[in-house]
Design a protein. Structure first.
Lengths: 298, 298
DNA sequence: AGCGGTGCTTTTTATCATTAAAGACACCAT
DNA sequence: ATGGTGTCTTTAATGATAAAAAGCACCGCT
């Protein structure tokens, strides 16, 4: 058919929930529209419905409440579609977790059913993934999953290294007054804190790692870098989630590598910092690769 | 309605064009499908149509030609939609050339009419542009053009510099036997050749520039780099097309900068090559920026 | 009995008509 | 004059639908 009337139903229920007492008046359509966050068209449809249900009496600009709203006046909402972000998460989860072989043809209909989104949005989502190289348009219809292969992981890691080493260089050249320095101090403390309780809390490392790399990269103000950083952190983050081998040991080592980078940066030792960063990124790359290999051999 | 039957019509006409003489036989459906590049379903539809038109007599696997094909047997084709590549070109052309202000809301219906593509494909195209930062999804429907602003150009140039300096570093470390060295020699000659006839042929520089940068970047085998290289060269290339100020002088200077980079590379002078590359990229950036400014003030 | 072939069915995708929603404009009432 | 409503136009999301692809089963010929 056509667009869903979710918007209308939502506004309808929202208005019912905040209805004035019997005999009270409702404000103008424009104000209601602002309040409910919808267009006047929707507001008018809701008002018409309420009038038809005998809840309101509408007469020009007078909108008097005739009776209180009952439970059965509420309009049922269909369970909502998955949001764009959820979709991204769930799709990556599917690709990375279930080890979908490279080259698999993607079935838009099936996926959209599984992920509970209109096919339309899935299509758009796949198109937006195009640039990340995980997925490809087939010549005559449909999509092909290129997959999260070792090749892919290597190239992603190398690209990450280029970006991050560049960030380190930029950072090392920043003046003392720059906000990044106190932020580095703060995150150093967080690292030391976690290190002290690493035996029990090593799971806390993943978010800290994310914030550390985000901080480093934040000094490069560039929309392209930022865009890629999103893909990168997404993928690395996902792998942290399910590669449990040697997790405690790995995380402790990574914390020490982070601290080495920070130490060199604070000493304004560009060469040292760059070297430390390369070491750390190489470790990350190996971790990522080994987790793929382990996964592939399960 | 539904899918267009362009595929069917095309196959129909193609088959007519290669029809054997009267009395001859057609090969199997599978073979025809391969030959025409379509599925068997389409082939069968075509054969049925030809039988209905009295051109073929079909009897089990015998497909005999009854009469030659006439001009009026050909099915008319609707003028075809714009291809994906054309769309990309035309869209960028529109954005860059007509100086669409940043923040403009894009009208999918109108654009799809103007560009002669189904709205559907335009949607997909806009989604795929998402990553390049030129366009953004609005909260409740529609798209917004973020536009090709000076900010955008600066960040693009900086990103380009990060990638290309990295390529230069990689290149300088390659062994003598690597194929890039003879390729560099060859492109050096092309530069010298163009330099000799620069007064008349300065228009030939743009493609040469494209090939030079592509060669430099070709040593980095990375799908993410390659992806971005496409965006970058597209945009720089577009600007070359219509910024005619000082074109001859600019191009001559650029050729000399290219030669300086090559010279340093061949001397394995990494620092020198990097410096020369930075200089050249800075010039490029200025050119791009000034062409935007000029354009904005027209 | 095997294999090249066809008949038929089942998916799956691209397109389009339809409807919800947004926005614009003109007019009305106070 | 200003805040409001009535009405119309435009636009985008959605589901129905037709085209194409892919799969399955069987047939006939050697």
């Amino acid at each position: 058919m056509a667009r869903t009337d979710t918007r209308f139903r939502q506004a309808h229920n929202d208005l019912l929930a905040t209805l004035p007492a019997v005999g009270g008046q409702l404000p103008s359509e424009v104000e209601l529209a602002t309040r409910l966050g919808v267009s006047r068209t929707v507001v008018r449809a809701v008002l018409a419905k309420l009038a038809a249900d005998g809840i309101l009496q509408i007469n020009g600009r007078a909108k008097q409440v005739l009776r209180p709203a009952l439970g059965k006046d509420r309009l049922p909402l269909r369970d909502d579609y998955t949001s764009r972000e959820d979709l991204e998460d769930r799709f990556l989860d599917w690709v990375l977790r279930f080890d979908v072989p490279a080259g698999t043809a993607l079935n838009v209909t099936r996926l959209s059913r599984d992920f509970n989104v209109p096919p339309h949005l899935l299509q758009e989502f796949l198109a937006s993934l195009g640039q990340s190289g995980l997925v490809e348009r087939r010549a005559r219809g449909g999509w092909r999953l290129l997959g999260f292969t070792p090749d892919y992981a290597i190239e992603l890691s190398e690209f990450r290294q280029v970006l991050e080493v560049n960030a380190i260089r930029t950072l090392a050249g920043l003046p003392e007054s720059h906000a990044v320095w106190p932020a580095l101090d703060a995150i150093t403390d967080e690292h030391l804190d976690l290190l002290a309780r690493i035996d029990t809390d090593f799971h806390d490392f993943s978010p800290l790692d994310g914030r550390f790399h985000a901080l480093i990269n934040s000094v490069v103000k560039n929309r392209f870098v930022a865009e890629f950083q999103k893909v990168i952190s997404l993928i690395f983050h996902y792998h942290y989630q399910w590669d449990k081998t040697m997790e405690r040991h790995r995380n402790e080592a990574a914390i020490r590598e982070h601290l080495a980078i920070i130490k060199a940066l604070k000493a304004r030792d560009l060469a040292g910092a760059e070297q430390a960063a390369r070491t750390h990124l190489a470790t990350s790359k190996e971790t990522l690769l080994s987790s793929i290999r382990v996964h592939h051999h399960v």
